[in-house]
Structures are given as structure tokens and as C-alpha cells.
Design a binder for this molecule. Structure first.
Ligand code: DNO
Ligand code: MN
Length: 360
């Protein structure tokens, strides 16, 4: 397991590379050019700026999250070929700086969705929260205004250029079924995977978050069966999965240990975090510790270890603790604690294996 840490870039993150370097066992950053709109080719000079900063800090940049997919690809519009071409050009450049994994998602319009970014937990920390009932009645206009009012940070999935054309986008998706979304994914994968293979970059689809349709928009990376179908669309090790325990874990019906066991050789990247799912379907992001949430984090790490997992791994969203002012879900403290918990589980497994006591 190779530990990496998400970094949003100079001036776009409260966490510094020097701080990341001091978290035990972290080898590299998970990065992206967050100011390049989806569909555009990434400029080499900006890629090289990140490389220079990473090199200086002694961190690698082998994992990118995300090269976003233009909506026209997800919608299956004729203009998709142009955006697929740009995607390929970006792949060539990323290969040049040593990128090995691209994490991306195939969610229409939005990335992760929450109803409260600072919901208080019993211990006074705050975390991202999802109120199921509220999303059913969410006033989108209000939400858009709220995000626009905080121009300091770009939030994944809520990029201003997407929000501007929200109404048109919703209209465009009106006729798109899950089946069509699968077809459009297949078209994308058939074009991209052979190319990714040539440049030795593993594509790793991120599960939908939450893993069910919202606002009437279809979502397909939601369950073990759908992941199986997606990975089968183009059956290559370069068509892989970002195993995100928090996203999949928002639906307690998902057997994440089972998912790890079934797709182990197709998981180049793992996001490990916990959530607590309540009986009414609401969920809150908790500390990474198994007993703090409803996701079997210990079981997941055990399963990765049993499958000799050699891919990349990062803690995912953390709580906001110790008064830290940070990008929602992406503070330093709780994610660093998360890493130490993951290492603890990993090393305990290794020790058991070494002393031949596995299965005791
Ligand atoms: C949620 C996060 C996501 C992820 C993107 C990948 O669990 O990991 O925001 O970064 O969906 O494209
Ligand atoms: Mn994730």
C-alpha cells in the first residue's frame, strides 16, 4: 500500500507540501489542475509548476484526481469526440511527468453532494453531512448562491462554469437513462483505455457520492453489480476502480469487503474513510476509526492486505478538528490521524502474517 495525500495546489489549499511531507509514510500528492475547465487540454507549463513544487518537497505526483469528464461525453453528444481528443492529449502530458493513475468520475453535473459542510458531532468537531430528506426538496438556486458567495476555494463538482448553465444541463439530461449513461461510458472507455494502456496510466473510476440518483439525474457507479458491469465494458487492467469506502459506504447494502475481494487486481487507488449512516438514510463523515462509523474500515484494510494490495491509498474526507480552518473535508489534522490509523491496521496485519498467526 503506497500512501498519498490530496493537495489542491499552491494558493488553493490550506495545507502545505512541507506539512504533508511530515505525515508518516506519505510518498506523494494526489493533484489536479483545478482551474482548467472540464474538457480542456491541460497546459504543460502548469503541470510543470506542480512538478517543480512536488520535486522540491520530495513528494511524487503519480496520482491525479481528477481529470474531469466533459458533460458532452456523459451526454453522448457529437461534440464528445473533441473532448475525448483533449483527454488523450492530457494523458500524453501526464505520462511525461510520471503519472500512473488517473482518478475520475462519471457523475452527471455534480461531484459529491452534501447538505451541511459543518455539521457538529458530539465531540464538538464538525464534518460533512447528508440529510436525505433535504436533498429530495433542496432548493438548488439557494445552494448555488451559497457556493458562489465563497470564491476563495473551488469546490470539486461545484465549479462556477458548471453552475452557470445548470438549467440547460438539467434539460439535456432529462432523456438520459442509466442504460444510456452506461453506453456513453463505454464509448469513452473504448476510446481512452487503449490509449491509457499505451502510456501506462491506469484509469480509476470513482464511485458516485452518494451512490444513488439525485435531483432526477442518473448515477451508475453505485453498487458491486454496477462496478462489475463498468469494469467489464472494456476488460483491461487499465480500466480500474478507485475504491472509495466512504462513497460506497453511504449505502449500507454495499459489501465493501466483498468489493475489495472481487476487484482487488482492478483497484489502482483506494480512498479510505468512514461514515456513520443513520436509520433514516442520513449520513455524516466521522473519524476513520472503525467503531466511529458504520463502515468496516478494519475489514477493508484486512482485505486489501490479504490481496497483497500494492496500489495507492489516501485518507479521504476528514472532520474539522482542533479549530482548523480549511477546505471542507480536506483539513490536515483529521486526515493525518486517519493515515496513522490505516498504517496501524496495515502493520498489524503484516505482523500477523510474518509471525504466521494469520487467521487466529
Ligand atoms: C469523495 C471524493 C470525490 C472525488 C471525485 C473523483 O469521496 O473523493 O470528491 O475526489 O469524485 O472524481
Ligand atoms: Mn473518495
Amino acid at each position: 500500500m503506497k500512501m498519498v495525500f490530496r493537495w489542491f495546489g499552491e494558493g488553493n489549499d490550506t495545507v502545505t507540501l512541507e506539512q504533508i511531507k511530515q505525515i508518516p509514510g506519505v510518498e506523494g500528492i494526489v493533484w489536479a489542475l483545478h482551474d482548467v475547465p472540464a474538457g480542456e487540454e491541460w497546459p504543460m507549463d502548469k503541470i510543470l509548476q506542480v512538478k517543480e513544487a512536488a520535486d522540491k518537497a520530495g513528494l511524487h505526483m503519480k496520482v491525479v484526481e481528477s481529470v474531469n469528464i466533459h458533460e458532452d461525453i456523459k451526454l453522448g453528444l457529437p461534440s464528445r469526440d473533441l473532448y475525448i481528443d483533449n483527454y488523450k492529449k492530457t494523458i500524453v502530458k501526464l505520462a511525461e511527468v510520471g503519472v500512473k493513475v488517473i482518478c475520475y468520475n462519471f457523475m452527471p453535473v455534480f461531484d459529491w453532494v452534501r447538505t451541511d459542510l459543518h455539521k457538529e458531532l458530539e465531540d464538538g468537531s464538525t464534518a460533512l453531512f447528508y440529510e436525505k430528506e433535504k436533498v429530495a426538496h433542496l432548493n438548488l438556486e439557494e445552494q448555488v448562491q451559497r457556493i458562489n458567495a465563497n470564491p476563495n476555494f473551488t469546490m470539486p463538482g461545484w465549479e462556477p462554469e458548471r453552475l452557470g448553465s445548470l438549467t440547460e444541463l438539467f434539460d439535456a439530461y432529462r432523456e438520459v437513462t442509466e442504460e444510456q449513461l452506461f453506453d456513453n461510458a463505454k464509448y469513452f472507455l473504448e476510446a481512452i483505455i487503449p490509449f491509457a494502456e499505451k502510456y501506462d496510466i491506469r484509469m480509476a473510476i470513482h464511485p458516485d457520492d452518494p451512490p444513488w440518483p439525485i435531483f432526477g439525474l442518473p448515477r451508475i457507479i453505485t453498487s458491486q453489480a454496477n462496478i462489475r458491469r463498468f469494469l467489464g465494458l472494456v476488460d483491461s487492467p487499465y480500466n480500474g476502480l478507485t475504491m472509495c469506502s466512504g462513497s460506497l459506504g453511504a449505502n449500507p447494502a454495499n459489501d465493501i469487503v466483498g468489493i475489495v475481494n472481487e476487484f482487488a487486481d482492478r483497484i489502482p487507488f483506494a480512498h479510505i474513510r468512514n461514515v456513520r449512516v443513520y436509520e433514516n438514510g442520513d449520513f455524516i463523515e466521522t473519524s476513520h476509526r472503525t467503531t466511529d462509523g458504520t463502515v468496516d474500515i478494519a475489514g477493508i484494510v484486512n482485505a486489501l492486505h490479504e490481496n497483497d494490495y500494492e496500489g495507492f491509498c489516501r485518507p479521504d474526507h476528514g472532520r474539522h478538528i482542533w479549530g482548523e480552518q480549511c477546505r471542507p473535508g480536506y483539513g490536515l489534522y483529521d486526515r493525518a490521524l486517519g493515515i496513522m490509523y490505516l498504517w496501524g491496521l496495515w502493520d498489524a496485519n503484516r505482523r500477523k502474517l510474518q509471525s504466521g498467526r494469520m487467521g487466529d
